[in-house]
Design a binder for this molecule. Structure first.
Ligand SMILES: *[C@@H]1O[C@H](CO)[C@@H](O)[C@H](O)[C@H]1NC(C)=O
Ligand SMILES: *[C@@H]1O[C@H](CO)[C@@H](O)[C@H](O)[C@H]1NC(C)=O
Ligand SMILES: *[C@@H]1O[C@H](CO)[C@@H](O)[C@H](O)[C@H]1NC(C)=O
Ligand SMILES: *[C@@H]1O[C@H](CO)[C@@H](O)[C@H](O)[C@H]1NC(C)=O
Ligand SMILES: *[C@@H]1O[C@H](CO)[C@@H](O)[C@H](O)[C@H]1NC(C)=O
Length: 351
């Protein structure tokens, strides 16, 4: 079993080497192995180790959530200078890029806590976990023209778990911790606010005399798209503390925009403390790969355009063979037949 987990909402995703259960290992031995491996994950804080020990099924769910978050991140950033590339065999899968308290770090924190909440809620509704199932609470509210039924996915449980697991690593007394907690929560809200209600009609020959509805999770892609919009409009903040008299002189720490003419971030906005590097040149120490060798689009004026992606270093054009389905036709009934067309296509690569 390859166990991998994420802790600081990902800045520490690792694949620990684990003793393989051999042959007819009893369940008991397996549980011991599992417990030992949880303890061996040094980057987990104590609370995360406890959660890890409590359920080995949950660990697989976290693993799924982690992989989905990486895939979604790479999809969203496929045209950017930083392409969400990951590093193998490292406790820090994003290769140090998250050491910056940057927008990218904000995005990764939000997306990973969202993906975790999503994966947990999905596993609950599929009956894969003992500790949760469908959301029974929605049934308490009685609607007029339809009724709750089926299995509503329990995003509240997912969020709760995500908060417990991901947030436990953060120190809210540090500026960075405060910012990470904000972004983690923004990510979870991006899932919750996109829950969908789906309904099905029942009744004699489609009369729809009874409509049964349930709540469904949004596709992670929708969440990724939304968080990308938030990433683009992320707020540069600083932490300001003030002593509040009516709270018995308690010191309250708040996130405020660095530029006073910017609006105050709300709970769904992403926030960051430091401007990002330009990600143009490789920097091994910082885990930046640079954009040399990236494929760019000669005609695009956007981020994937050669001018921006190659950081003004120029690009080389190579001719490559390209295959595409073509001359597709419908064959009665019901198939589509296509031919494979080969043609040459220019391919631009950053210097
Ligand atoms: C498997 O079980 C048998 C009998 O229960 C035992 O003799 C054998 O040593 C076990 N093998 C392993 C690899 O644990
Ligand atoms: C990562 O570890 C595996 C197994 O230990 C090894 O086969 C692989 O080559 C390593 N990859 C890198 C990039 O070091
Ligand atoms: C938060 O601010 C964003 C714009 O940055 C806005 O689109 C959104 O509606 C606001 N959300 C709430 C809950 O006020
Ligand atoms: C990201 O870009 C680097 C080059 O800068 C490339 O080697 C790598 O394959 C890319 N990763 C992804 C996931 O696209
Ligand atoms: C390149 O960019 C243009 C303009 O944005 C777009 O129409 C085209 O599909 C892109 N080409 C590729 C191969 O992505």
């Amino acid at each position: 079993m390859c166990l991998f987990l994420f802790s600081v909402a990902f800045s520490n995703l690792a694949i620990p080497q684990q003793a393989q259960p051999v042959g007819n290992t009893s369940l008991e031995t397996f549980a011991t192995l599992h417990k030992e491996s949880c303890h061996r994950l040094e980057y987990l804080v104590e609370r995360q180790k406890q959660l890890c020990i409590l359920s080995d099924k949950m660990i697989q769910v976290l693993q799924t959530g982690a992989m989905q978050a990486v895939e979604e991140c790479q999809h969203q950033f496929r045209h950017s200078r930083w392409n969400c590339s990951t590093v193998e065999n490292s406790t820090d899968i994003f290769g140090g890029v998250l050491k910056f308290k940057s927008r990218e770090s904000a995005f990764v924190h939000a997306l990973s806590s969202a993906a975790l909440a999503h994966a947990v809620a999905r596993a609950c509704s599929r009956g894969e976990l003992n500790e949760c199932s469908c959301d029974a609470r929605v049934r308490k509210r009685t609607p007029r023209h339809w009724q709750w039924g089926g299995c509503s996915e329990d995003i509240r449980y997912g969020e709760m778990y995500s908060r417990d697991f991901v947030d436990s690593k953060e120190d809210k007394n540090s500026d960075e911790g405060l910012v990470n907690l904000h972004n983690n929560e923004a990510g979870r809200r991006a899932v919750r606010s996109r829950m969908q209600r789906v309904c099905k009609c029942h009744g004699m020959s489609g009369s729809c005399s009874v409509r049964v509805c349930w709540r469904r999770l949004p596709q992670l892609r929708l969440v990724g798209d939304a968080l990308t919009t938030r990433y683009e409009g992320a707020s540069h903040v600083k932490v300001s503390s003030m002593v509040v008299e009516r709270k018995r002189g308690k010191n309250i720490r708040k996130l405020r925009p660095v530029h006073s003419d910017m609006k105050k971030p709300n709970k769904t906005d992403l926030v960051y403390l430091e401007e990002s590097p330009d990600y143009c040149e490789p920097n091994e120490e910082l885990g930046i790969l640079g954009t040399k060798g990236r494929t760019c689009n000669r005609t695009s004026a956007g981020l994937d355009g050669c001018r921006l992606l190659c950081c003004g270093r120029g690009y080389q054009t190579r001719v490559r063979d390209h295959e595409e389905k073509c001359r597709c036709r419908f064959v009665w009934c019901c198939k589509v037949h296509c031919e494979v067309c080969r043609f040459k296509r220019d391919h631009h690569v950053c210097n």
